[in-house]
Structures are given as C-alpha cells and as structure tokens.
Design a protein around this ligand. Structure first.
Ligand SMILES: *Cc1c(COP(=O)(O)O)cnc(C)c1O
Length: 381
C-alpha cells in the first residue's frame, strides 16, 4: 500500500503561519523562555478563562510540577484512574505520594465519580481526574467531593483543550489544570504543556520551580534592562517551555477553533455512519458538554461483532487505515502490576478489550474519512 493511500492514525496540522512563527523566533535570536512564551501564557489563560498560565516542556512535567507544588509527598494518597496514559500515575509516584486508582464509568470511560468517595482515606490529599478523549469528567461531583474532604483537584487535560463542562472551559475549574501540546494532541508545540490556575501564589511558585528556583528568569537577566544577579530560592526543576515551542503554540492557538470545527465535523460524520451498526458503541457525548474530540474511541459490542479487537485493528491496517488503543490500563504494565500488587479494575479491564481509536485530525480529507468508514463497515459486516 502506498503512503498516499494509507490513512495515518494521526498527523499534526502545520501551516505556513506556524512555520513563519517559528522562523521569527529563530531570527529574533531569543530561543528559550522569553517574550513569545509570556505571550502564549497570556493568550492561553485568556482562551480557557483562567487567571494564570505557566508554560512547561510537557504535560508530564506540568503534572509533576503541580503535584509537587501543592506539597504532595510521602505518606499522601492521590486518587486517579486506571484508564489513562501512564504519565498521570507516574508523576504521582515521582512526588513520593501513592496513586490510588478508582475504576471507570463504562460509558464515558472517565473515573467513576460515584466510586471515588469510598476510596478516600485520611491520607488522601488530591484528585487527578483525566478527561478521556476530550469528554469532561463530572466536575460538579468531583469539586463537591473535593470540597467536602479538603482535597486539591489537578485535572489532566491532555485531551481537553477546547472542552467545556456545562458551559465552562476546562482550565478554570480545578485548583490547577494541565494541558499537553505533544505532537499528536489537538494543539501542538512538538513537546510542551501548560498549567492553568486561578491561584496567583501557586502560579508564581510553579514558575519559580519550573526554572531551577531562580529568583529571576533568563528574560530578566540577559536583556538590556536585566541584571546579572539571581538567587536560588528553592531546589527547582528544569521544566520551562522555549520560545520556539511558544511560537508554534501561538499560531496553533489562533487556528484552534477552526481545527476543532473540523474535528467536530469528522466526529459527526462517523457518528452518523456508525449509528445503525450493532457491533459498534459510539463514543460518549452529551448536550451538557462541548467535546474536544481529541480521540474518537469506539467500543466493539462483542456479542454482535464478528471479530475481536486485535483482529479488527489488523484488518483495518490491511485496508490501509491506522488506528490505536487508548489506553492499556495502567495496572497492566509490568512495573505497575507489581506496584499495585495485583489490584483489579474490572470495568477498565472489560472496556480495554473492546476499544479502538479511529483516525481523527483536522488534516484528514473527506476521502480519508470515507475510507475509514468503509473499512470499518466492511470488517464488521
Ligand atoms: C499525552 C498525555 C499525557 C502526557 O503528555 P506529554 O505532553 O507527552 O507529557 C498525559 N496524560 C494523558 C492522558 C495523555 O494523553
């Protein structure tokens, strides 16, 4: 099969304005955190309606920075979901705290809000809900529960730039929200992430810790108004974003709504095409939310489907369609199997056997979309 015929699983949309922005940053001679990063932070905070934004070099470092910045450490417990990318759980482990997994809701595939309360102990300090595929968790019940037990809420919004929950943008709801701009995400900077919060002191602290704990960032030292002097106020990390990445972030943010409209079109097209297919359960959606459609995850209905999930993926590939699985449950990985000592999460395990992520990105042509639909229907006929 030629590359032209193959419908790739995911591709970023990089256009002339993105390239021009990055070149401009090269020409300016300012490569690391500087004016473009500050501009991107402001623009992003405004976009999600949060008071503050701190740009970092990945969502993973942003999660670690935020959890550490909120004071989590040895002896603490943090509740999250088994159906996520391992970074959500690993960054909790990095702080010294213990991740506690709570099984998922079979429809939304987000953490099952009804099961969180029974996992709360006197050691629980924070909740890390993950908005899987860009469909938001039930934030009313999560914030209510956090309030009753005095817990911090750090949202893993790697999939949820553009997501709204009951009319509110994800990014201004929890104590802090962390986004990913990894190459496959809805807004890309290659590698990169953003922490948003309404807590000014937390934002200042995160900024400090993102760059060695220096009292003055490079932008305040190397410019004509700057001074050579700095002090180290804390043993910080090296997690800051660069201006090269921020240049890409700025141009991507300008076109985000357009890219999202295309994602919505494709998702609607898939929904219509698969509505009459008994082998397929469509992705969660609801009039209460605005879905970011980072992923289009179908669940095979195993009593109806003629093939199992792995065969389905193989056959898609034979027909020139890339796909993926989000996610292998965290406790299935060799390290985490041992860490969680054989714990079981039956809903996540059952759902995992049936999920497939179909291609969904703005760069897909109508023809690509039709080819995916045709391939899926042929395999499941
Ligand atoms: C991609 C992803 C991350 C990690 O993002 P990076 O920017 O690559 O560090 C974290 N959580 C989830 C749910 C993700 O999908």
């Amino acid at each position: 099969m030629s590359d032209q015929e193959y419908v790739a699983y995911g591709l970023p949309l990089i256009e002339d304005d993105d390239i021009a922005g990055v070149l401009d940053s090269f020409r300016s001679g300012w490569l690391t955190r500087g004016p473009k990063t500050l501009e991107f932070e402001e623009a992003f905070a405004a976009y999600v309606g949060a008071g503050h934004a701190v740009a970092v070099n990945s969502c993973t470092s942003g999660l670690h920075l935020t959890l550490a910045g909120l004071g989590l450490g040895t002896g603490d417990e943090v509740i999250t979901t088994p159906l996520t990318f391992v970074a959500t759980v690993n960054t909790i482990i990095h702080t010294g705290a213990r991740p506690v997994l709570v099984d998922i809701d079979p429809y939304t595939m987000n953490i099952d809000e009804k099961k969180i309360e029974q996992a709360v102990t006197s050691r629980t300090k924070a909740l890390v809900p993950v908005h899987i595929a860009g469909y938001p968790c039930d934030m009313d019940s999560i914030m209510g529960l956090a309030g009753r037990h005095g817990l911090k809420v750090v949202e893993d919004a790697a999939h949820a730039v553009y997501t709204q929950y009951k009319g509110n943008m994800i990014g201004g709801i929890g104590d802090a929200t962390v986004f990913s701009f990894y190459a496959t995400k809805n807004l890309v900077t290659g590698e990169g992430g953003m922490i948003t919060t309404n807590d000014e002191a937390l934002a200042e602290n995160l900024r400090l810790f993102s760059s060695h704990g220096l009292s003055h960032g490079a932008w305040n030292r190397y410019t004509s108004q700057g001074s050579w002097f700095y002090e180290v106020l804390a043993p910080g990390y090296k997690y800051n974003m660069t201006d090269i990445q921020a240049a890409l972030g700025l141009s991507q943010l300008k076109k985000l709504d357009r890219m999202q409209k295309r994602r919505e079109d494709i998702a609607r097209h898939y929904n219509e095409a698969f509505a009459d297919c008994p082998s397929i359960e469509l992705p969660a959606d609801s009039p209460d939310v605005r879905h970011a459609w980072h992923l289009y995850i179908i669940k095979l209905n195993m009593t109806e489907a003629s093939v199992d999930r792995n065969t389905f993926i193989e056959k898609l590939k034979e027909k020139g369609v890339g796909s993926s699985v989000h996610f292998i449950p965290v406790h299935y990985h060799p390290y985490h199997r041992e860490y969680f000592a054989g714990a079981r999460y039956p809903v996540a395990e059952e759902v995992f056997e049936r999920i497939v992520s179909l291609p969904l990105y703005p760069k897909m042509s109508d023809r690509d979309v039709d080819r995916v639909i045709q391939a899926v229907r042929e395999i499941l006929r």
